[in-house]
Design a protein around this ligand. Structure first.
Ligand code: ADP
Ligand code: PRP
Ligand code: MG
Length: 212
Protein backbone atom coordinates (compact mmCIF):
# COMPACT_ATOMS: atom_id res chain seq x y z
CA UNK A 1 0.00 0.00 0.00
CA UNK A 2 2.47 2.63 -1.21
CA UNK A 3 1.38 6.10 -0.25
CA UNK A 4 1.09 7.50 -3.76
CA UNK A 5 -0.84 4.59 -5.28
CA UNK A 6 -4.50 3.52 -5.10
CA UNK A 7 -5.74 -0.05 -5.31
CA UNK A 8 -9.46 -0.64 -5.82
CA UNK A 9 -11.11 -4.05 -5.31
CA UNK A 10 -13.96 -4.55 -7.76
CA UNK A 11 -16.47 -7.36 -7.55
CA UNK A 12 -16.58 -9.46 -10.69
CA UNK A 13 -20.01 -10.18 -12.13
CA UNK A 14 -22.90 -7.76 -12.25
CA UNK A 15 -21.30 -5.12 -9.99
CA UNK A 16 -18.27 -4.72 -12.26
CA UNK A 17 -20.33 -3.77 -15.32
CA UNK A 18 -22.14 -1.06 -13.41
CA UNK A 19 -19.00 0.19 -11.65
CA UNK A 20 -16.94 0.87 -14.79
CA UNK A 21 -19.01 3.92 -15.88
CA UNK A 22 -18.61 5.40 -12.39
CA UNK A 23 -14.83 4.91 -12.55
CA UNK A 24 -14.84 6.41 -16.05
CA UNK A 25 -16.41 9.53 -14.57
CA UNK A 26 -13.32 9.77 -12.37
CA UNK A 27 -11.19 9.26 -15.52
CA UNK A 28 -10.17 5.74 -14.52
CA UNK A 29 -10.19 3.28 -17.43
CA UNK A 30 -8.82 -0.27 -17.21
CA UNK A 31 -6.23 -0.97 -19.93
CA UNK A 32 -7.53 -4.53 -20.42
CA UNK A 33 -11.17 -5.54 -20.74
CA UNK A 34 -12.00 -6.96 -17.28
CA UNK A 35 -14.51 -9.40 -18.79
CA UNK A 36 -12.49 -10.96 -21.59
CA UNK A 37 -8.97 -10.73 -20.14
CA UNK A 38 -8.33 -13.33 -17.45
CA UNK A 39 -6.19 -10.83 -15.52
CA UNK A 40 -7.01 -10.25 -11.87
CA UNK A 41 -4.79 -7.19 -11.45
CA UNK A 42 -5.74 -4.57 -13.99
CA UNK A 43 -3.62 -1.54 -14.81
CA UNK A 44 -5.48 1.63 -15.69
CA UNK A 45 -4.79 4.75 -17.76
CA UNK A 46 -3.63 6.31 -14.48
CA UNK A 47 -0.31 4.62 -13.69
CA UNK A 48 -0.78 4.93 -9.91
CA UNK A 49 -4.26 3.31 -9.88
CA UNK A 50 -4.77 -0.47 -10.07
CA UNK A 51 -7.94 -2.54 -10.00
CA UNK A 52 -8.30 -5.99 -8.43
CA UNK A 53 -11.00 -8.28 -9.83
CA UNK A 54 -12.32 -10.26 -6.86
CA UNK A 55 -15.34 -12.39 -5.95
CA UNK A 56 -18.21 -10.20 -4.75
CA UNK A 57 -18.10 -11.74 -1.28
CA UNK A 58 -14.33 -11.16 -1.00
CA UNK A 59 -14.20 -7.42 -1.80
CA UNK A 60 -14.63 -6.28 1.84
CA UNK A 61 -11.87 -8.68 2.94
CA UNK A 62 -9.29 -7.07 0.65
CA UNK A 63 -10.29 -3.63 1.92
CA UNK A 64 -10.51 -4.67 5.56
CA UNK A 65 -6.91 -5.93 5.46
CA UNK A 66 -5.72 -2.84 3.57
CA UNK A 67 -4.63 -4.91 0.58
CA UNK A 68 -6.99 -2.70 -1.39
CA UNK A 69 -7.52 0.93 -0.35
CA UNK A 70 -11.01 1.07 -1.78
CA UNK A 71 -13.60 -1.42 -2.94
CA UNK A 72 -17.13 -1.89 -4.19
CA UNK A 73 -19.36 -4.35 -2.36
CA UNK A 74 -23.05 -5.15 -2.10
CA UNK A 75 -24.78 -4.11 1.11
CA UNK A 76 -25.91 -7.75 1.43
CA UNK A 77 -22.26 -8.79 1.68
CA UNK A 78 -21.37 -5.93 4.05
CA UNK A 79 -24.21 -6.91 6.40
CA UNK A 80 -22.66 -10.36 6.77
CA UNK A 81 -19.19 -9.28 7.90
CA UNK A 82 -17.44 -7.60 10.80
CA UNK A 83 -15.66 -4.90 8.81
CA UNK A 84 -13.94 -3.20 11.71
CA UNK A 85 -11.41 -1.40 9.46
CA UNK A 86 -13.92 -0.16 6.90
CA UNK A 87 -15.92 2.97 6.19
CA UNK A 88 -18.85 2.98 3.78
CA UNK A 89 -18.33 6.17 1.74
CA UNK A 90 -20.92 6.25 -1.04
CA UNK A 91 -24.16 4.46 -1.85
CA UNK A 92 -23.51 3.85 -5.55
CA UNK A 93 -27.14 2.96 -6.27
CA UNK A 94 -26.10 0.07 -8.53
CA UNK A 95 -26.95 -3.66 -8.40
CA UNK A 96 -30.16 -2.79 -6.62
CA UNK A 97 -32.31 -5.56 -5.23
CA UNK A 98 -34.07 -6.57 -2.02
CA UNK A 99 -33.19 -9.10 0.65
CA UNK A 100 -36.38 -11.06 1.28
CA UNK A 101 -37.94 -14.06 2.90
CA UNK A 102 -39.58 -16.21 0.22
CA UNK A 103 -41.36 -19.52 0.12
CA UNK A 104 -44.17 -21.58 -1.33
CA UNK A 105 -47.42 -19.59 -1.38
CA UNK A 106 -49.78 -20.60 1.39
CA UNK A 107 -47.13 -22.52 3.30
CA UNK A 108 -47.41 -22.57 7.10
CA UNK A 109 -44.86 -24.56 9.10
CA UNK A 110 -46.36 -26.93 11.64
CA UNK A 111 -44.81 -28.51 14.67
CA UNK A 112 -41.20 -27.46 14.23
CA UNK A 113 -39.02 -24.38 14.14
CA UNK A 114 -39.06 -22.60 10.80
CA UNK A 115 -36.19 -23.92 8.68
CA UNK A 116 -34.51 -21.12 6.71
CA UNK A 117 -32.01 -21.82 3.93
CA UNK A 118 -29.74 -18.92 3.05
CA UNK A 119 -26.33 -17.61 2.09
CA UNK A 120 -27.13 -14.67 4.42
CA UNK A 121 -27.03 -16.44 7.76
CA UNK A 122 -26.20 -13.40 9.84
CA UNK A 123 -28.86 -11.12 8.33
CA UNK A 124 -31.46 -13.89 8.53
CA UNK A 125 -30.54 -14.64 12.15
CA UNK A 126 -30.83 -10.96 13.07
CA UNK A 127 -34.12 -10.51 11.23
CA UNK A 128 -35.89 -13.45 12.85
CA UNK A 129 -34.38 -12.69 16.28
CA UNK A 130 -35.82 -9.16 16.08
CA UNK A 131 -39.22 -10.71 15.39
CA UNK A 132 -38.71 -12.93 18.43
CA UNK A 133 -38.78 -16.03 16.26
CA UNK A 134 -36.43 -18.97 16.86
CA UNK A 135 -35.45 -20.47 13.51
CA UNK A 136 -33.14 -23.19 12.25
CA UNK A 137 -30.66 -21.76 9.74
CA UNK A 138 -29.27 -23.87 6.91
CA UNK A 139 -26.24 -22.35 5.18
CA UNK A 140 -26.18 -22.56 1.38
CA UNK A 141 -23.86 -20.91 -1.14
CA UNK A 142 -26.28 -20.47 -4.07
CA UNK A 143 -29.44 -21.69 -5.81
CA UNK A 144 -31.37 -21.06 -2.59
CA UNK A 145 -34.66 -21.30 -4.49
CA UNK A 146 -34.18 -25.06 -4.73
CA UNK A 147 -34.29 -25.66 -0.97
CA UNK A 148 -38.06 -25.32 -0.32
CA UNK A 149 -38.87 -27.26 -3.50
CA UNK A 150 -37.08 -30.37 -2.30
CA UNK A 151 -37.92 -30.05 1.40
CA UNK A 152 -34.50 -28.93 2.62
CA UNK A 153 -36.06 -25.82 4.16
CA UNK A 154 -39.44 -24.18 4.73
CA UNK A 155 -38.41 -20.76 3.40
CA UNK A 156 -35.35 -19.00 2.02
CA UNK A 157 -33.72 -15.64 2.63
CA UNK A 158 -32.32 -14.42 -0.68
CA UNK A 159 -31.98 -11.47 -3.02
CA UNK A 160 -34.92 -10.60 -5.24
CA UNK A 161 -34.74 -8.22 -8.18
CA UNK A 162 -37.26 -8.92 -10.96
CA UNK A 163 -38.79 -11.83 -9.06
CA UNK A 164 -38.27 -14.05 -12.13
CA UNK A 165 -36.20 -16.66 -10.30
CA UNK A 166 -38.83 -17.02 -7.57
CA UNK A 167 -41.64 -17.22 -10.12
CA UNK A 168 -39.81 -19.77 -12.28
CA UNK A 169 -39.63 -22.01 -9.22
CA UNK A 170 -43.19 -21.52 -7.99
CA UNK A 171 -42.09 -19.40 -5.01
CA UNK A 172 -43.41 -16.05 -3.80
CA UNK A 173 -41.83 -13.15 -1.91
CA UNK A 174 -43.13 -13.08 1.68
CA UNK A 175 -41.27 -10.54 3.84
CA UNK A 176 -38.99 -7.64 3.03
CA UNK A 177 -35.77 -7.53 5.08
CA UNK A 178 -33.66 -4.80 3.46
CA UNK A 179 -33.10 -2.75 0.33
CA UNK A 180 -29.72 -3.60 -1.19
CA UNK A 181 -27.33 -1.63 -3.40
CA UNK A 182 -23.57 -1.51 -3.81
CA UNK A 183 -21.37 0.72 -1.69
CA UNK A 184 -17.96 2.28 -2.15
CA UNK A 185 -15.94 1.20 0.86
CA UNK A 186 -12.55 2.37 2.09
CA UNK A 187 -9.92 1.06 4.46
CA UNK A 188 -9.86 3.40 7.48
CA UNK A 189 -6.07 3.62 7.61
CA UNK A 190 -5.80 4.30 3.86
CA UNK A 191 -8.47 6.98 4.22
CA UNK A 192 -6.25 8.89 6.65
CA UNK A 193 -3.01 8.24 4.78
CA UNK A 194 -4.28 9.01 1.28
CA UNK A 195 -7.07 11.39 2.20
CA UNK A 196 -6.69 13.96 -0.59
CA UNK A 197 -6.37 11.38 -3.35
CA UNK A 198 -9.36 9.43 -2.07
CA UNK A 199 -11.53 12.50 -1.48
CA UNK A 200 -10.97 13.62 -5.07
CA UNK A 201 -11.92 10.22 -6.42
CA UNK A 202 -14.98 10.04 -4.18
CA UNK A 203 -16.11 13.48 -5.31
CA UNK A 204 -16.07 12.45 -8.99
CA UNK A 205 -17.88 9.20 -8.24
CA UNK A 206 -20.47 10.94 -6.05
CA UNK A 207 -21.15 13.42 -8.88
CA UNK A 208 -21.58 10.57 -11.37
CA UNK A 209 -24.00 8.84 -8.96
CA UNK A 210 -25.99 12.06 -8.45
CA UNK A 211 -26.23 12.65 -12.21
CA UNK A 212 -26.82 8.99 -12.81
P1 ADP B 1 -22.17 -13.81 -6.70
O1 ADP B 1 -21.51 -14.74 -7.67
O2 ADP B 1 -21.39 -13.63 -5.43
O3 ADP B 1 -23.62 -14.13 -6.47
P2 ADP B 1 -23.22 -11.57 -8.20
O4 ADP B 1 -22.53 -10.81 -9.30
O5 ADP B 1 -24.39 -12.42 -8.57
O6 ADP B 1 -22.09 -12.40 -7.44
O7 ADP B 1 -23.73 -10.56 -7.10
C1 ADP B 1 -22.93 -9.51 -6.66
C2 ADP B 1 -23.77 -8.52 -5.89
O8 ADP B 1 -24.79 -7.98 -6.75
C3 ADP B 1 -24.52 -9.09 -4.69
O9 ADP B 1 -23.70 -9.07 -3.54
C4 ADP B 1 -25.72 -8.16 -4.59
O10 ADP B 1 -25.37 -6.99 -3.88
C5 ADP B 1 -26.01 -7.81 -6.05
N1 ADP B 1 -26.98 -8.71 -6.68
C6 ADP B 1 -27.02 -10.05 -6.64
N2 ADP B 1 -28.05 -10.56 -7.34
C7 ADP B 1 -28.69 -9.48 -7.85
C8 ADP B 1 -29.83 -9.34 -8.71
N3 ADP B 1 -30.51 -10.38 -9.15
N4 ADP B 1 -30.18 -8.10 -9.08
C9 ADP B 1 -29.49 -7.02 -8.66
N5 ADP B 1 -28.41 -7.10 -7.84
C10 ADP B 1 -28.02 -8.30 -7.45
C1 PRP C 1 -29.46 -13.80 -7.72
C2 PRP C 1 -30.25 -14.13 -6.45
C3 PRP C 1 -31.54 -14.70 -7.01
C4 PRP C 1 -31.71 -13.92 -8.32
C5 PRP C 1 -32.75 -12.87 -8.12
O1 PRP C 1 -28.88 -14.96 -8.20
O2 PRP C 1 -29.56 -15.04 -5.61
O3 PRP C 1 -31.46 -16.08 -7.26
O4 PRP C 1 -30.45 -13.30 -8.61
O5 PRP C 1 -32.93 -12.09 -9.28
P1 PRP C 1 -34.37 -11.99 -9.96
O6 PRP C 1 -35.36 -11.63 -8.90
O7 PRP C 1 -34.22 -10.88 -10.99
O8 PRP C 1 -34.68 -13.31 -10.61
P2 PRP C 1 -27.74 -14.96 -9.33
O9 PRP C 1 -28.35 -14.79 -10.68
O10 PRP C 1 -26.69 -13.96 -8.96
O11 PRP C 1 -27.18 -16.44 -9.21
P3 PRP C 1 -26.07 -17.01 -8.18
O12 PRP C 1 -25.65 -15.90 -7.28
O13 PRP C 1 -26.77 -18.13 -7.44
O14 PRP C 1 -24.98 -17.49 -9.06
MG1 MG D 1 -25.27 -14.01 -7.67
Amino acid sequence: MAQNTLTIALSKGRILKETLPLLAAADIHPLDDPDSSRKLILDTNQPHIKLLAVRATDAPTYVNYGTADLGVAGKDVLMEIEGENLYELVDLGIARCRLMVAGQPGFTPAGHRLRVATKYVRSAQRYFAEKGEQVELIKLYGSMELAPLVGLSDVIVDLVDTGNTLKANGLAPMEHIADISSRLIVNQHAYKLKHDMIRELVQHIQEAVNNG
